[in-house]
Write a protein that binds this ligand. Structure first.
Ligand code: ADP
Ligand code: MG
Length: 366
């Protein structure tokens, strides 16, 4: 979530923003100030290492401005609180976790730890935020990983053998301890989803019933865009300016994608990306991208990461155990796999190049 190249990310984000129908007055530009677009107000915030665009529909400018101000403060707080490496409430927890003693853990982090423990179990530990040391070892915390080289196999193996898991954390009242000093919590796999859930609740308490919060293509919607649903574009994992599929969502829905194109480096012609298979300690190699739709953005975010790791042969089992119905997975060969319910929701643009080399596998998760 802390990108190597802000410029590339910025252009990708602009693409994603242009795919949301909230922007139907033409190509949107990130705005410093809220601007009216036929009663759609938009505002961008830089947080979680990405540009977050908030679109609000069906309220007056004053309400929208109040909401933008509130969310700006909230996202700033969430970013500094849940940062795994910089000075933060989470990094303090991480230091104390390493002692394996009981300690009073940060109340601002506890709800995420509790949810992450549950999601880790449901995902059969393929979603495993306890592998922060592996993520650190791979260098995906710093800005220079495009020139990176893979870590030594022996260093990876040492961490994999120690098997850090969310189960290693014991919680009692206001205290926590880890049975395993190898645990280092990195919430990068789902903090954005959790934060978006919280922010959407804030918007609702302000009387806002129609909105999109879009964090670099991972987004949650509520309500409708006027008299029609919100129309979302899902990025092609290999063609930067290409839409893989469109989906129309309304009510309360989140669309989250994990991809191997987000943060990666190439070493000796091989792509090494930031989604790590906890069983091997290496980047998961069966998928190019996984998109999940679910009302709960934290669950959708964690599930996209877990199903990416599960890959084309195992995603259905993990989707079922996580309670996910809508999945679109692009495997390492560019083939599409999806649940029946996802197939009913998405439209594939007919003339896109991916159609030539992708066959469609449509399968039911449950
Ligand atoms: P993004 O945040 O780029 O949209 P993801 O939601 O897939 O993508 O999160 C990837 C991030 O999650 C990584 O940068 C890392 O911080 C963390 N991570 C990597 N592998 C795992 C894993 N197996 N389980 C949980 N978190 C992971
Ligand atoms: Mg995720």
């Amino acid at each position: 979530m802390y990108p190597r190249n802000q410029l590339i990310k910025f252009f990708i984000i602009c693409l994603m923003l242009s795919l949301v129908s909230a922007c139907d007055s033409g190509a949107p530009t990130p705005a410093d100030k809220p601007e009216s677009d036929d009663r759609t107000f938009k505002h961008s915030i830089f947080s979680f290492g990405t540009l977050i665009e908030i679109s609000i529909y069906g309220v007056d400018l004053q309400t929208a401005e109040r909401a933008f101000e509130q969310l700006e403060m909230d996202f700033r707080y969430m970013h500094v609180t849940w940062h795994p490496w910089q000075r933060s409430a989470l990094s303090r927890d991480n230091k104390l976790i390493a002692t394996t003693e009981w300690f009073s853990d940060a109340p601002s982090v506890r709800p995420l730890i509790e949810i992450a423990k549950e999601l880790a179990v449901k995902s059969d530990h393929l979603f495993n935020p306890a592998i922060g040391k592996l993520i650190y070892l791979w260098g995906f915390k710093n800005a220079e990983h495009e020139t990176g080289i893979p870590p030594a196999a022996t260093d990876i193996e040492k961490l994999v053998v120690l098997n850090p898991r969310m189960d290693d954390l014991e919680l009692r009242e206001i205290q926590m301890r880890s049975n395993n000093p190898a645990v280092l919590i990195d919430l990068g796999g789902f903090a954005k989803g959790y934060g978006i859930n919280r922010s959407m609740e804030t918007l609702k308490t302000m009387g806002i019933n129609h909105a999109v919060i879009n964090a670099g293509g991972d987004l949650k919607v509520i309500g409708r865009h006027g008299n029609r649903p919100w129309r979302i574009g899902i990025r092609h994992p290999r063609i930067a300016d290409q839409v893989l599929a469109y989906v129309e969502v309304e009510g309360e829905e989140s669309v989250f994608t994990s991809g191997d194109y987000e943060r990666y480096f190439i070493y000796q012609d091989k792509r090494y990306h930031h989604i790590i298979d906890p069983r091997t300690g290496y980047p998961a190699n069966g998928s190019q991208s996984v998109t999940v739709i679910h009302a709960d953005a934290a669950l959708a975010d964690a599930a996209a990461t877990a199903l990416f790791v599960a890959g084309p042969s195992d995603w259905q089992r993990v989707a079922q155990s996580m309670g996910i119905e809508d999945v679109l997975l692009v495997d390492a060969n560019g083939e599409l796999h999806m649940t029946e319910s996802m197939r009913k929701k998405i439209q594939l643009p007919g003339n896109q190049p991916s159609a030539k080399n992708s066959s469609i596998k449509s399968t039911q998760a449950d």
